[in-house]
Each structure stands twice: as structure tokens, then as C-alpha cells.
Write a protein that binds this ligand. Structure first.
Ligand code: SF4
Length: 387
């Protein structure tokens, strides 16, 4: 093999050498992850959705709890969305949970609860993109299907010394093409050597445990012999770093309306960021000042007038998302009685919650954190009545 290997020079012998080395290495030992203990499509699907943008160690906890509560697609389809979001709380990217739930209902309604086998049907399920479709088809259905996630993109870019950014369309296309050429045919016999699912998992495992973003462990790598980046002596050059992005900042006011030791929570409409989750009424800031912002919030989201001029500011905090930086200014307003409240605008339901007794509700991490600040000690919801 020469240092001029490129996509077009991926010859059958090179391809077979990579497949053989990776499959042998993976089968000789790999991490024992709960979702690898069975090729049940439901388990593979749930795990792959959870693993998007989320660390493996975090997913471990959530996966076991989720499978205990929803052991199969029928159980997930039968559950209210609120229950699904409650179990997803803190995992982030809540659109994944909403799509998982919608797809489970579709699988039950259209396919009698059996995971579809057809490539187009798998790809058409809500929330199933090319990566997840590749994982389900190759690992659970044993079909020849490629996948590229961040780990795989890094391994492929280094193996072939490709200066391609997986975040850009050209890079993504070339890496997918490479992955499609490399993934082996589905075997005829169940115990045959080639296996697209094992091969894809081997690529992901290599990226997660050996071909690390910094300081790759090339001495332990089963494909180091054919790796161009290693030969060039500086594997970390690949893939090139993503250019720095400007993350927009967004300011929000949030109202902790307290009555009798309880705090008001509203449920967001099902779509969009945090859709279907519970939070204190939250809205845009107003250039005229915080009281105007709170007044508008009460009118537009609760259909009510409240004595917001008595609201007390609490410490502001920041919640980071991948695509924006959210700055929250919370206010606490203690009232003895409230007029009738009508969730509207961005919300569709309300409930009062004792913050010292967390309920099984879907909440984003910033809401759990804010409520956690409320209940120790009972100061925030009760303080004003004692002064
Ligand atoms: Fe990654 Fe090093 Fe293996 Fe190349 S040799 S694939 S850089 S770990």
C-alpha cells in the first residue's frame, strides 16, 4: 500500500484487510454495553437514539431505566408522552423522545408491533436518520448498511488521511461513500465471518476506545498497518477542526409563582425545543424592564394579571445548548391566592408542584436545577409570608 491511497484506490485487498482486522479485533473483546447483549431491534433502536449527542456512560443509566419501564415497542406505544418525557428528563434533545414515542405508535399501528425490515420503511420512521437506520439495519436486522457517526468519521478520515470535515456536505458525502464501500455483505450463514453489524460496531468501538480525538492509541490499533494518518506521523490533524462558531445568546425571564409552598409549572406545546416538558412560565425579556416582561408573560401565557411588581429577582443562571447560550433571570412571586389561570401561547397545561417532592414529570435540566434551589430549605416559596 502506498501513501497515495484515496477513496478511488480502496482496492478489494485493502478493503478486505481492514474488514478482517477490525472484525477479529472486535470479536476478541469489546466493552460490555447493555444494548449489545441482544440484537433485538427495539433495544438497538432505543440505544442508538439515546446515544446521539450523548456520552455512553450517561446512556447506560437511562437505558436500563427506560427498558425496565418500556420493555418493548408495545409498552412504549401505549404509554402517555408525559411518562416518556419524564424518564428522558436530563438526557436532553427531547425531540428524540417525542420521535421515539411517535415511531413506536407507528410501528404498532402500521406493522403490528414488529420492527419493519424494509430499508425505506425504517428510514421513514420519525427520528430515524441515516445513522440510526444504518445501525438498526446492520446490527439488528443484519443487512448490509453503513453508518457514520463522529467516531466513525474520525477513524475513516485518519485511515485514509482525508482532510474532510464531517460537518460539511462534501466531507459527509465522501465519508459515507467510504463507509458504504467498507461495510461487508450480510452473511448467508448466521456464524459467517463477515457481519455488517459487527463491522460497524468495530468501527465505532475503535473510535471510542483507541482512535481517540486526542492522543490516539495507535500502538494498540488493529488497523495501524494501513493507516495513512499514522504513517504521516500526526493523526490528530484528521479530521480538520471545525471552524469556531458564534453561538447566539438568548435572554429569558422565568417566573416562580409560589402559593402555599407550591410552585406553578406549565407544560410546553409538544413541538420545538423542550416541547412537552414542564417549566415555570418563561418568556422573552422586555427592553422596558423586568416588570413589563413579567406582566406580558402572565397575560400572554397565563391569561391573567398578577402583582408582578412584588416579584423578587433570584440569581440568574446560564444554560448551554449546542446551538445557543440561554441566560435566565428567574423571579419569585409569592401570592396568597391566584386568579383563574389559563395556559396558552406556548403552553397547554398547568399544575402546582411541591418542589421538595419531585414528581415524575418531564423537565429540562435547567428546570430541575432551579426547582432544586427552591426546596432547600423551604425558603423561596415561603419566605415572603414570614417577613
Ligand atoms: Fe487511529 Fe492511530 Fe489506528 Fe490510525 S493507527 S486508525 S490514527 S488509532
Amino acid at each position: 500500500m502506498t501513501d497515495t491511497l484515496s477513496l478511488s484506490s480502496l482496492t478489494p485487498p485493502v478493503r478486505d484487510a481492514i474488514r478482517g482486522a477490525l472484525l477479529s479485533w472486535f470479536r476478541a473483546g469489546h466493552r460490555d454495553l447493555p444494548w449489545r447483549r441482544s440484537a433485538d431491534p427495539y433495544r438497538v433502536w432505543v440505544a442508538e437514539i439515546m446515544l446521539q449527542q450523548t456520552r455512553t456512560e450517561t446512556v447506560r443509566e437511562y437505558f436500563d431505566r427506560f427498558l425496565a419501564r418500556f420493555p418493548d415497542v408495545a409498552a412504549l406505544a401505549a404509554a402517555p408522552l408525559d411518562d416518556v418525557l419524564a424518564l428522558w428528563s436530563g438526557l436532553g434533545y427531547y425531540g428524540r423522545a417525542r420521535n421515539l414515542h411517535a415511531a413506536a405508535r407507528e410501528i404498532v399501528a402500521r406493522y403490528g408491533g414488529r420492527f419493519p425490515q424494509d430499508a425505506e420503511a425504517v428510514a421513514a420512521l420519525p427520528g430515524v436518520g441515516p445513522y440510526t437506520a444504518g445501525a438498526i439495519r446492520s446490527i439488528a436486522l443484519r443487512q448490509r448498511a453503513a453508518l457514520v457517526d463522529g467516531n466513525v468519521a474520525r477513524v475513516l478520515a485518519r485511515l485514509f488521511a482525508l482532510p474532510l470535515r464531517p460537518q460539511e456536505a462534501d466531507g459527509r458525502r465522501a465519508l459515507w461513500q467510504l463507509a458504504e464501500e467498507l461495510v461487508p455483505e450480510a452473511p448467508e450463514a448466521a456464524d459467517a465471518d463477515n457481519d455488517p453489524g459487527d463491522f460497524n460496531q468495530a468501527l465505532m468501538e475503535l473510535g471510542a476506545t483507541v482512535c481517540l480525538p486526542q492522543q490516539p492509541r495507535c500502538l494498540l490499533c488493529p488497523v495501524s498497518e494501513v493507516c495513512l494518518a499514522r504513517r504521516q506521523g500526526d493523526p490528530e490533524r484528521y479530521p480538520p477542526p471545525r471552524p469556531p462558531r458564534q453561538v447566539p445568546e438568548v435572554d429569558r425571564v422565568t417566573l416562580l409563582l409560589c402559593q402555599g409552598g407550591q410552585v406553578l409549572l406549565l407544560r410546553r406545546l409538544p413541538a420545538g425545543l423542550w416541547g412537552g416538558l414542564w417549566e415555570p412560565p418563561t418568556g422573552e425579556v422586555d427592553p422596558r424592564g423586568p416588570h413589563q416582561a413579567l406582566q406580558r408573560l402572565c397575560q400572554e401565557q397565563l391569561g391573567a394579571q398578577l402583582p408582578v411588581e412584588r416579584a423578587q429577582p433570584l440569581s440568574p443562571f446560564v444554560h448551554l445548548l449546542t446551538h445557543r447560550r440561554m441566560r435566565f433571570q428567574p423571579y419569585r412571586l409569592e401570592v396568597a391566592a391566584v386568579p383563574p389561570l389559563h395556559p396558552q401561547g406556548e403552553y397547554d397545561q398547568l399544575r402546582w408542584l411541591d418542589p421538595s417532592r419531585p414528581a415524575a414529570l418531564g423537565m429540562s435540566a435547567w428546570v430541575s436545577g432551579l426547582l432544586g434551589r427552591l426546596h432547600t430549605p423551604r425558603r423561596v416559596c415561603d419566605a415572603e409570608r414570614t417577613t
